[in-house]
Design a protein around this ligand. Structure first.
Ligand code: FAD
Length: 597
């Protein structure tokens, strides 16, 4: 979706009236840095930014990396992504390559920039076959791609640094020329302006007013850079020739060597700047995070725009932003803890289920590849620490599963998530007890009969709604345990199960096309949404992945000749994977069936 449409939607009269916010990131230099960035981004995106953007390295130095990060942001982190694109060193073929790539990845937003002069030069030089300024780029995007892209451009409240003179000011003529040029960028098709950082709010408000006076009507999104450390602040404001009001200098001078005090002041100042901007009626804030999380989130918390403990969830799983899967609102429950794997296995679908799951046998999942088993290094290390212990008997295995359910382990080979889902805490004791009996759980949800949609543990969807779910548990167990469970379940007519082993032997009491909605929500002025289903066809696809994790997710963490590997292999080769639903969501009795087993 275009950022302009998101801004209009969230700041229009029918909305909450709260200002919206966005975060800027830059491509880290190392692979490890990129992994850390994605972890941080995951957390920050949970607070619901309208969009996030990723910069284009000076002179095109990070072109491929920026494209890759943008692709992951849009498709795996699932945040509306705006990619910066500059003209420096970019003949039109390279520009088109970048635009085609993001378009293919379902990204719809670009911040069109001229870019700074290539390293070692002080004047911008047009690349051969390239563009001279951002205006050319905006015109090119509109001419070649029509309305597909939402285009943002840069605005400079104190004028562009190139026209700021040694006294720190631009002449009124240069400022007016800059403004007139900004209007040309908007007239050529830009629909949002994002500003250069500033610390003089009055000057920014004057700039907005000046823009309005010459007929610029689009949103002007103020760029806020929290001060994180003194030297960085001096370097950045020097580079951008940003005016520093004297009271900020006076406040910083005495504390400049105390990093913590500088950061606290940065949060205080950022909060005050945003308050003043918001008081003027502007409802958009863009935070230059410098890839750091704390200051940006602290400012938004101070402003009451986020609650650190409350993550908003439009659906039980993170809603996609990729243009091609915007309508998707139903998924099988099996990948609940492996959403990235689900996305990569369904990325080529021509249509995504909407409203209901539809004809399950049509769903053609991508084959399992190495991709589904890639893990960030930090997670790999944590898994090694937590899961690689000598395994001598089956109880050693069940103990790991039990500890994970109790929150005593932070990682699981079967989960890509940072922690257990909040709702798991409701049933973690019961889960722990069945794990100890040899039912090794990898997915679950408690029953819910009409909880408010803003419930911190089970809520999702728009405000004022009610959510429901059937109790669900998914686990590995031996054939013997499965037989006992099947026998016992005869006394529980509302239990439905599908069990399958690695070879594909199926034991089930549901039809192969019986799709079971296990989560649904009722919201004001909306049809019922049923975002999670249990469907046998997808389960049979999922089981290959689930069984494969025994070897590729766990056993392979051990040295090759370690005897623990053979125990894990035995489980993998002999156990069943079982999906169990208690359809009585009002008087659920799911865990009773495990009693005495
Ligand atoms: P332009 O809009 O082309 O303008 C540059 C200057 O030239 C202005 O003073 C303008 O008035 C003048 N000018 C240009 N053409 C004309 C004309 N035809 N007539 C009259 N005046 C003209 N840099 C990066 O390398 N990567 C990034 O990711 C990046 N992100 C940025 C994000 C934001 C929000 C901002 C504010 C800046 C960013 N920059 C980035 C820096 C930016 O590339 C530089 O400031 C660059 O020098 C100018 O880019 P621009 O798009 O503003 O250029």
């Amino acid at each position: 979706m275009k950022v302009i449409d998101k801004i209009i939607e969230s700041t229009s009269s029918g909305s909450t009236g709260k200002p919206v916010f966005s975060f800027e990131f830059f491509p880290p230099k190392t692979e490890e840095g990129a992994e850390n960035l994605f972890e941080r981004m995951e957390r920050m995106v949970g607070h619901g930014p309208t969009f996030c953007d990723i910069t284009w390295g000076a002179g095109g130095s990070t072109a491929e990396l920026t494209l890759e990060i943008a692709r992951r942001m849009q498709n795996l982190v699932c945040v509306e992504t705006m990619m910066h694109l500059t003209c420096t060193n970019m003949p039109v073929e390279k520009i088109d390559y970048a635009l085609e790539s993001v378009k293919k990845d379902g990204i719809q937003n670009v911040l069109a920039l001229r870019g700074d002069p290539p390293r070692g030069q002080d004047k911008f030089v047009q690349a051969e076959g390239g563009f001279a300024c951002a205006l050319d780029l905006v015109e090119h995007i509109r001419k070649s791609y029509g309305d597909y892209f939402g285009i943002a451009v840069a605005g400079y409240p104190e004028a562009h640094p190139e026209v700021i003179e040694s006294n720190g000011l631009a002449t009124p003529e240069a400022y007016a020329k800059d403004l007139a040029y900004l209007k040309r960028k908007v007239d050529a098709g830009a629909d949002v302006i994002v500003t250069q950082l500033f610390y003089d709010v009055d000057n920014f408000l004057k700039f907005v007013n000046d823009c309005r006076q010459i007929g610029i009507t689009c949103p002007i999104v103020p760029g806020i850079m929290p001060i994180n450390n003194y030297n960085g602040f001096i370097r950045m404001t020097g580079f951008c020739k940003t005016k520093i009001p004297s009271e900020i200098t006076s406040a910083l001078e005495p504390i400049k060597d105390n990093e913590e005090a500088v950061r606290a002041y940065g949060v205080h100042l950022g909060t005050e700047i945003c308050k003043k901007i918001m008081a003027s009626g502007i409802k958009t804030l863009h935070l230059y995070t410098l890839n750091m999380e704390k200051s940006a989130l602290a400012i938004l918390t101070n402003l009451g725009l986020i609650e650190e403990s409350k993550i908003s969830r439009p659906l039980p799983w993170r809603k996609p932003t990729n243009l091609f899967r915007l309508k998707e609102d139903v998924r099988p429950i099996f990948w609940a803890n492996r959403p990235k794997s689900y996305i990569t296995r369904t990325i080529g679908w021509e249509q995504y289920p909407h409203g209901r799951w539809g004809n399950a046998s049509n769903a053609s999942y991508g084959a399992l590849t190495d991709h589904q088993f890639l893990r960030p290094r930090a997670r790999d290390k944590k898994l090694q620490e937590e899961w690689v212990v000598p395994l001598k008997k089956f109880d050693d295995i069940s103990e790991k599963f039990m500890k994970y359910c109790l929150g005593q382990l932070k990682t699981s080979p079967w989960s890509e998530l940072d922690a257990l889902q909040p709702e798991t805490k409701i049933i973690n004791e019961q889960l722990a007890s069945i794990n100890l009996k040899g039912f090794l759980t990898i997915n679950s949800q408690p029953p819910v009969n009409g909880a408010k949609s803003d419930s911190p543990s089970v809520g999702w969807g728009p405000a004022g709604g009610y959510v429901y779910q059937k109790a669900y548990v998914e686990f590995f167990c031996s054939g013997e345990k499965l037989n006992a469970l099947v026998e016992k379940s005869k006394a529980y007519p509302l239990l439905t199960y599908i069990a399958v082993n690695k070879e594909g032997n199926l034991i089930s009491n549901v039809g192969k096309n019986d799709v079971n909605a296990v989560t649904w929500g009722v919201f004001p002025a909306k049809e019922i949404i049923q975002p999670t289903v249990v469907d046998p066809s997808s389960f049979l696809i999922w089981k290959d992945e689930a069984f494969e994790i025994w070897s590729r997710g766990w056993a392979q963490l051990y040295p090759e000749d370690d005897s623990s590997r053979s125990l894990l292999q035995e489980v993998q080769n002999t156990y069943y994977l079982v999906s169990l639903v208690d359809n009585d969501y009002i008087n659920s009795d799911l865990f009773n069936v495990f009693k005495d087993l």
